[in-house]
Design a protein around this ligand. Structure first.
Ligand SMILES: *[C@@H]1O[C@H](CO)[C@@H](O)[C@H](O)[C@H]1NC(C)=O
Ligand SMILES: *[C@@H]1O[C@H](CO)[C@@H](O)[C@H](O)[C@H]1NC(C)=O
Ligand SMILES: *[C@@H]1O[C@H](CO)[C@@H](O)[C@H](O)[C@H]1NC(C)=O
Ligand SMILES: *[C@@H]1O[C@H](CO)[C@@H](O)[C@H](O)[C@H]1NC(C)=O
Length: 457
């Protein structure tokens, strides 16, 4: 056991140098009987977990689809966080840790039966302690740890060539959306392109949307046919389009900030129009990997556990710089709640996303970015299947903010309205439409929502 702990601690220390983690753990590899080894409580959120010593342990069973049971039969909740780790809520405490992995040369082995050192605290975030988990028994028979091969040998300096032929091809094979060349991307290399989305190294592991149940279907039938938070009875609740730049894979921070900002506007009838610091998330959140990627669920968790500060407190420059203390007047904005739409990772669908969007405000949605999407200008996007042969990754993980939906008057095609984080000179003034109802580029498989706490004036 002692040797195991040393390994975990070493791995945890190494993680600092890592990205959007390359762990690729799925639900069936994590479900089962776990032993949590927990350190001393009594700390606040400044707690550092690397090298902690456990003082107690207990067992938990993680079951289908989101149920946790302790040894006394108390019931709790759990969810995967993409393929990166999992969160457990039981007996008035939350537990989150990344799944562990090891890297040897180009090969990354995920150990989905173990976590790195993670964070536990009571539901109010007062009493913090560290922990790690070891799975004693799988919940699903015959599940082996996965070995994922990293694509790190690619020449990241390969630059984007003139792509006018590619654009012509996109525009000739379909009529529902229009592509253009963006000269600002010419000369950019693969590393820049990866930084325009959510991360360099993550393995994909999207769940399928679940079927809509009867009550969702009925609720959706009462929704308006078209909805747009930029114009609700003449009022605009959507903050300006953000630009993450091309050196920082911070889309996860940008969209979480956009959702928090717009929902504060909605909750205050537009009297509180704050811009949150995404640099703060990039520099300070231990729940993400700075400019190398992260996830909206964990950024919203950061907003609950640590709070976000205003833009002026730490203006965005798009580099992974160290976290510094703020001036005393930098108040923090917190989230009361954050969750995967549908309740847990893997429970999402179009109808639930529409209901969440109309009832509570903009949401985050994950998607695959293919080469053709980078050329989007207007219309309703769907992946054409065309590649320009330049990007050997073929697609990358990205997240955007959905602010509305509708149906095209001529074609009858249903769409979502997304706000991207590539500035106003991309797409339709920074916005795009994308095909709705068919899980286009996985858009309906992972939605995240959160509820901000409205601060006193
Ligand atoms: C996790 O799984 C690997 C591969 O099966 C195994 O070598 C290792 O001992 C397991 N770890 C624990 C803590 O059970
Ligand atoms: C990640 O895991 C999923 C599901 O287990 C698998 O389908 C996928 O191929 C894995 N990805 C990589 C890069 O290994
Ligand atoms: C790209 O190539 C086309 C011809 O293939 C040319 O008309 C166009 O000016 C070029 N654009 C740039 C930015 O070099
Ligand atoms: C919200 O603000 C609008 C525009 O200022 C105003 O017309 C409306 O009455 C307000 N609604 C409420 C409920 O205060």
């Amino acid at each position: 056991m002692a040797a195991g702990l040393v390994t975990l601690v070493m791995l945890f220390a190494l993680r600092a140098a890592w990205a959007d983690t390359p762990a690729n753990c799925s639900w069936s590899q994590v479900a089962g009987l776990w032993e949590f080894h927990v350190g001393a409580g009594g700390s606040d959120n400044r707690l550092k977990c690397s090298g902690f010593s456990p003082v107690e342990m207990f067992q938990l069973t993680l079951q289908f689809p989101d149920v946790v049971l302790d040894e006394d039969g108390n019931k709790g909740f759990w969810t995967m966080i993409y393929n990166q780790g999992f969160e457990v809520v039981i007996n008035q405490r939350k537990y989150f840790a990344f799944s562990s992995f090891m890297k040897e040369g180009n090969v990354v082995t995920s150990f989905c039966n173990t976590t790195f050192a993670g964070w536990s605290h009571d539901l109010f975030g007062r009493d913090w302690s560290c922990y790690y988990g070891i799975r004693l028994k799988p919940g699903v028979p015959d599940v082996e740890p996965v070995t994922t091969r990293l694509v790190q040998t690619i020449d990241q300096k390969r630059t984007l060539r003139n792509d006018s032929d590619f654009v012509k091809a996109i525009n000739s094979v379909q009529r529902s959306w229009k592509a253009v060349t963006y000269p600002k991307y010419h000369g950019m290399d693969l590393s820049n392109m990866a930084s325009m989305v959510g991360g360099h190294f993550s393995a994909q592991n999207y769940p399928l949307p679940v079927a809509m149940d009867e009550s969702t279907r009925i609720a959706v039938s009462h929704l308006p046919k078209e909805f747009d938070w930029r114009n609700v009875n003449g009022q605009n609740f959507v903050p300006d389009v953000k630009d993450q730049g091309n050196v920082c894979g911070s889309c996860y921070a940008q969209v979480t900030a956009a959702v928090l900002e717009s929902r504060l506007r909605i909750m205050t009838n537009n009297t509180l129009k704050t811009t949150m610091s995404t640099q703060d998330v990039v520099s300070c959140s231990q729940y993400s990997q700075a400019c190398l990627g992260g996830f909206p669920y964990l950024t919203a968790k950061y907003a609950q556990d640590f709070g976000m500060v205003e833009e002026r407190c730490n203006p965005y420059h798009g580099y992974s710089t160290p976290c510094k203390p703020y001036h005393a007047d930098c108040r923090r904005y917190y989230a009361e709640d954050y969750h995967y739409i549908g309740g847990y990772y893997g429970a999402c669908n179009e109808g639930l996303m529409m209901l969440e969007l109309v009832n509570n405000g903009p949401i985050t949605a994950a998607l695959d970015v293919f080469d053709d999407f980078r050329h989007y200008k207007s219309g309703i996007y769907h992946h054409t299947g065309l590649q320009n042969g330049w990007n050997p990754f073929q697609f990358t993980d990205h997240v955007t903010t959905f602010i509305g939906y509708g149906v095209d008057a001529t074609s009858g095609e249903k769409y979502w309205i997304g706000q991207n984080t590539w500035g106003t000179d991309w797409g339709d003034l920074g916005y795009f439409k994308i095909r709705r109802g068919t899980n286009e580029v996985h858009i309906e498989s992972i939605g995240v929502a959160m509820t901000p706490i409205v601060p006193n004036p």
